[in-house]
Ligand binder design. Sequence first.
Ligand SMILES: [Zn+2]
Length: 283
Amino acid sequence: MPELPEVETVRDGLTRHVSGRTFADVQVLHPRTARRHLAGAEDLAAVLRGGTVGDARRRGKYLCLPVDDDALIAHLGMSGQLVVGPPELPLTPHTRARFTFTDGGPDLRFVDQRTFGHLAFSPGGAVLPAEIAHIAPDPLEPVFDDDRFAARLRARKTGIKRALLDQTLISGVGNIYADEALWRAKMHWARATDSLRRADVLRLLAAIREVFYDAIGAGGTSFDSLYVHVNGQSGYFDRSLAVYGRAGKPCPRCGTLIVREKFMNRSSFRCPRCQPRPRRARW
Ligand SMILES: [Zn+2]
């Protein structure tokens, strides 16, 4: 599933390839892709035609493409890709939407095999669409407030990883990057949030940003062929994961074998030595 670094990579690609251009034709080819647009796929296409695209933004895993004063919101779901390429390329079977441009240059396609992704229209949403305003900023956004986050986190009575996955507290941190950041901060995933000091939270935020920037620098993580960048290339960050998906392999820092544990119907990976069980744990 695309996480924040992948979505950021796509955002950057959209800004470079699509911003400033004007939609000519828009086709929304699958009803599920438009399921958040109550007037339906035809209407979604109609309201976008003729619109000029601004600089792409991101909040958590949502992409927001300003279109005049409004916005096109995209969520990639499990397998969504935004692909820019020559207009004459035949549509693949999983192409769910297609955008051509008045300049006749490369078109934009939303390809989504499993249709968990979606596109939506936000009237007047060019700055911050109301539909995604409830999602907390992510730690790469300039509006993210470290002290406010630390205070809110320490007021919770939960485990740190569960809190990191709560999109009303902080967005953009999924299972993979939570495990990687906790390893870098030498913190167990079940550490009680109300046992954290402000300095612990700041250290963890620094680790989250570090892992995000490393992943963005590597072009995002790619675990399967379903995910490609806006230009069709895959990321390479999976080669530098320290703990995620590495059960039984040595910790890159101390050599202790990484363990995998059950967590919220998923898995958590940690180094038992670098991230020992805390005195105060919450699940
Ligand atoms: Zn270790």
